[in-house]
Design a protein around this ligand. Structure first.
Ligand code: GTP
Ligand code: MG
Length: 483
């Protein structure tokens, strides 16, 4: 990096604090409960010394397992097991790390942890090990988040893309873009500093514009990957809504593959909202079954309907379920029904219409109504799927339609991403668009430079190159203890 390049690198918001052992932290890293093995992890300058005192040994070899007894201060044995020593900086946190592998019972683990505290270790807070790793440049922010995402993954695809992000694939894409941006800024700064050198106007010779457009295209590519990654990580909130008896609870049970909700032929069976998370075609769906929408004097049902309305406003996707044999008597088309039920017609990208109980119609009738209402719906950009929750017909088509509607492709080589990343990428894209306008319309070099600087800053937030401390607190605070 030459000096100009260095000068163009966005500075850190604050100098990273020195975590090199002011405190030695400890936590139980395995889930509490009965288990063959339970692991307590220590990190910090005193971790090694504590392990020596705890076991009565005078030395440990890095990366070698040593069988030991763990002793109380009075010499009684708490447990026996393995000690693993990772000498800093060649450890997860970059500090000296000790892992105590004892037996996995609650009492034993808590006794061992209490003994480690007695020796001077402090309880690690949520995410503190990962924070220290980040602070010591062992991980960037995307990788640290990927650890939490891998642990919390609700599908195999989400877990494997989190592991890919952890290995640095996503960070690499961001870093390549950052490098491209720095080069672009170099060109622009040079064009401002040396205008009309040898009668060449750098700003208008097309090179900068070309590079800028290439960077913009790359950002769009990364944004598309990140959107898939975010869908993988977070899934979508799907609300099943409609008139009583339409088959909403039956549909929830079909999608969940089990009798989760009560189904009866009594209209108004579902009172409270009911949630169930399922993974279908790799996409995590957080399903909410709701009370059928109707006017009612029943107090309990009315509260249920209010809850249904709240869920409806919060849904990423609404599945309006209607009974093809009955629900189009008052309102003649599904879209009119939707308008009636929801007060206004939801946007097409948020609504999928489910025509249920198709098994009750004769074939010719089903075909006729299906074709007629499908045409009418599609002409307005909406979509209807015909299903039977009774027989399971059309359910696969419904799942495919849902995935298509939210733009989810069955994942291949996808990388996990968060809303935070998408937000930063979008802001970066906006600043680049501004830079493009300043360049091509106004030829305003200084303003191009400023927009590029802001673009770089937004992009740098993703890997933590530039992040406010409160953001870091939020990210690491959501981790589990011991990570
Ligand atoms: N023949 C047929 N019956 C169905 C189908 N889907 C649901 N039913 C029946 O319709 C009735 C109502 O189903 P539910 O799933 O309880 O309907 P709901 O929309 O949850 O009703 P509420 O909870 O009252 O709002 C039950 O008797 C179901 O067995 C279907 O595809 N075909
Ligand atoms: Mg129900």
């Amino acid at each position: 990096m030459d000096s100009l390049e260095r000068a163009l690198t966005v500075p850190h918001s604050s100098e990273k604090s020195d975590s090199s052992g002011a405190t030695t932290i400890a936590a139980i890293a395995t889930p509490l409960g009965r288990g063959g093995v339970g692991v307590i992890r220590l990190s910090g300058v005193r971790a090694y010394e504590m392990a020596c005192t705890l076991t009565g040994k005078s030395a440990f070899t890095p990366r070698m397992a040593s069988f030991c007894r763990f002793y109380q201060a009075d010499g009684t044995v708490i447990d026996e097991g393995l000690v693993l020593y990772f000498k800093g900086p060649h450890s997860f946190t970059g500090e000296d790390v000790i892992e105590l592998q004892g037996h996995g019972g609650m009492i034993l683990q808590n006794q061992l942890l209490a003994r480690v505290f007695e020796l001077g270790a402090k309880q690690a807070s949520a995410g503190e090990f990962s924070y220290r790793a980040f602070d010591n440049d062992k991980l960037d922010l995307v990788q640290a988040e990927a650890i939490a995402d891998a642990i919390d993954a609700t599908s195999a695809a989400a877990a494997s893309s989190a592991i890919r992000s952890l290995s640095g694939e996503f960070s690499q894409k961001i870093n390549q873009l950052l490098e491209q941006l720095i080069h672009l800024r170099l060109h622009v700064e040079a064009a401002i500093d040396f205008p009309d050198e040898e009668d060449v106007d750098f700003l208008s010779d097309g090179v900068i514009q070309n590079n800028l457009e290439q960077t913009q295209a790359k950002i769009q590519q990364v944004l598309a990957t990140a959107k898939q990654g975010q869908l993988l990580r977070d899934g979508i909130h799907v609300v099943l809504a409609g008139r009583p008896n339409a088959g909403k609870s039956s549909l929830l049970n079909r999608l969940a593959g089990q009798e989760r909700a009560i189904v009866t032929d009594v209209a108004g069976t579902t009172r409270d909202t009911l949630q169930e998370t399922v993974v279908l075609n790799g996409l995590t769906l957080h399903l909410t079954d709701t009370a059928g929408l109707r006017e009612t004097e029943d107090t309990v049902e009315r509260i249920g309907i209010e809850r249904a309305r709240t869920a409806i406003t919060q849904a990423d996707m609404l599945l309006m379920v209607y009974d093809v044999t009955r629900d189009l008597e008052e309102e003649s088309t599904p879209l009119q029904l939707a308008e009636q039920l929801f007060g206004a017609l939801p946007e097409a990208k948020r609504l999928l219409i489910i025509a249920n109980k198709s098994d009750l119609l004769s074939d010719s009738y089903t075909e006729k109504t299906a074709i007629a209402s499908k045409k009418q719906i599609e002409s307005r950009g909406y979509e209807q799927v015909n299903v039977s929750c009774e027989t399971g017909a059309g359910i696969d088509t419904l799942i495919e339609a849902l995935c298509t509607k939210v733009g989810f492709h069955p994942p291949e080589n996808s990388l996990i991403a968060r809303t935070r990343h998408i937000d930063a990428l979008r802001r970066t894209a906006d600043y680049l668009a501004e830079a493009h306008e300043q360049l091509t319309v106004f030829m305003a070099g200084e303003l191009v430079a400023e927009s590029l600087r802001q673009a770089q800053q937004s992009l740098g937030e993703i890997t933590g190159e530039f992040s406010a401390d409160d953001l870091l607190g939020k990210i690491f605070g959501s981790f589990c203890i011991g990570k």
